[in-house]
Design a protein around this ligand. Structure first.
Ligand SMILES: [Zn+2]
Length: 472
């Protein structure tokens, strides 16, 4: 399997491959034909057209084809602040991290995003969202920096312009130094949408509006953000019901629990997805299901912070949409997106028994569930004719792995993900044989390490003591 694939007007045929389309039955040995950036056809057996000049063939022997994975919650800048406050609760970890994040600049964000997005692509991700909510003033264009990194890599990107306006002096958790005022936030968010949002079918860049959380944002910003997003036709995102501390905070400050608070603010709807949703009652789940509000399940991050685990199997049973997210690397460390399918599966089974979640449900959450969260279920998230050719080819015939006859089992249950033979985004190769092909992979890794060193140096210059913050 060599040479570039895809491109406008080109035809790519993947032959002799096991296909798990997510929508529709699996095909043990079949073909996928790609025309330009879309899937033109797929089926059992050999591709009907023999091909010809200008047609590129990819031998899929020994491979499993799945839709590209969709990451529905992340904070890319956190690549630069991994390993801090390792034994802390969410609130303790945030309080420690805010001081570091206050020092970031555009150069830190660019390097962190190059590493974080490259790492995602290497675990099968073709579309990632990001939630950037810390904008220290005078530090360059942080939002533009991450968009540039995604463009260079070539994966689809849905960055959310995040925000915090409720600092410590107003009863919020973050120090006042990392919050902005409401007018500045709404103006900057509108500007980001106008500058970047592409609503087209093939879009590689869409913007969402994402005030950070109930404990760092005022009710006025929440409602202002919802009005802005709906006026512009973009999606809404925030953290919700992540920890019991948040639950208590909402009851104390607003007199209601998190989902009821969102309902009061007009924040339930099919244009909204929440990160985490760990602490939900049956009634809360029913409200999400009835309104089409989505959830991004981030099991490693929830586990790392000891926050609890979302009732994903019950959410699916009650008809709520659930996607997967790796969450920022500062709370999930080096978590891969493919690995989060396994984490989701095992946490549900540990809590609720062996039938709580199947490997195929985990794969569906990581693909079509994610596409629904991001409003793109008509365009991607499953392998179907007419959809975008975003797909991963996993090599499942390795010497140890070949004893496993079910390739989906191998992908979801294994601790180590199968080698990624190809990652196509709109038919174009981004990864081949476990290597990034659109950018220099080693340089991306180095950029992430340099972003970490730079952020720590900038934080120390502002009086932050790194050594004290590793364990607390
Ligand atoms: Zn988060």
């Amino acid at each position: 399997m060599t040479g570039p694939a895809g491109g406008p007007g080109r035809t790519v045929i993947i032959d002799n491959v096991y296909i798990a389309p997510v929508a529709g039955p699996e095909i043990e040995s079949g073909y996928i034909r790609i025309e330009g950036d879309r899937i033109a056809a797929l089926g059992a057996g050999r591709a009907p057209e023999p091909g010809g000049p200008g047609v590129q063939r990819i031998d899929g022997t020994g491979c499993l084809a799945t839709p590209g994975l969709v990451n529905t919650h992340h904070h890319l800048y956190q690549w630069a602040s991994q390993g801090l406050a390792q034994d802390a609760t969410l609130f303790e970890w945030l309080v420690a991290s805010y001081q570091v994040w206050a020092a970031m600049d555009a150069e830190v964000v660019k390097g962190a995003a190059a590493a974080g997005l490259g790492y995602l692509a290497l675990s099968g991700c073709t579309l990632s969202s990001d939630h950037h909510y810390v904008f220290p003033s005078g530090r360059g264009d942080l939002f533009a920096a991450e968009i540039e990194a995604a463009r260079e890599l070539g994966i689809r990107f849905h960055p959310a312009r995040g925000s915090m306006d409720r600092g410590h002096s107003q009863g919020g958790l973050p120090p006042d130094v990392v919050v902005e005022d409401r007018e500045t936030i709404l103006a900057a968010t509108a500007e980001a949408i106008d500058a970047y949002h592409d609503p087209s079918f093939s879009s590689k860049l869409r913007i969402a509006v994402a005030p950070c959380s109930p404990f760092s944002v005022t009710a006025e910003l929440m409602t202002g953000a919802a009005e802005l997003a709906r006026a512009k036709g973009v999606r809404l995102h925030t953290h919700l019901a992540e920890s019991l501390d948040e639950d208590e905070h909402c009851v104390e400050a607003f007199g209601v629990r998190p989902v009821d608070y969102m309902e009061k603010l007009g924040w339930l709807g099919s244009d909204v997805w929440f990160a985490h949703t760990v602490h939900l009652s049956d009634g809360d789940i029913d409200k999400l299901a009835a309104t089409g509000t989505g959830a991004a399940h981030c099991p490693s991050s929830n586990g790392r912070l000891g926050a609890g685990i979302a009732r994903v199997s019950e959410m699916l049973r009650r008809g709520a949409n659930v996607g997967i997210g790796v969450d920022g690397n500062a709370s999930s460390e080096l978590t891969t997106l493919a690995g989060e399918m396994r984490q989701a599966l095992l946490f549900q089974r540990a809590a609720y028994g062996p039938t709580a979640l199947t490997a195929r449900q985990a794969l569906e959450m990581a693909t079509l569930g994610g596409a629904r969260n991001l409003g793109r279920e008509n365009e991607l998230g499953s392998l179907e004719p007419g959809k975008l050719a975003d797909l991963a080819l996993w090599r499942v015939d390795g010497s140890f792995a070949s004893a496993v006859t079910d390739p989906v089992c191998q992908l979801v249950f294994a601790t180590r993900q199968p080698p990624l033979a190809r990652l196509l985004v709109g038919g174009e190769t981004v990864v081949e044989d476990d290597e990034l092909r659109t950018v220099d992979q080693d340089a991306s890794g180095r950029a992430g390490a340099e972003a970490h060193r730079r952020l720590m140096r900038l934080a120390r210059e502002q009086g932050f003591s790194v050594a004290k913050e590793v364990h607390r």
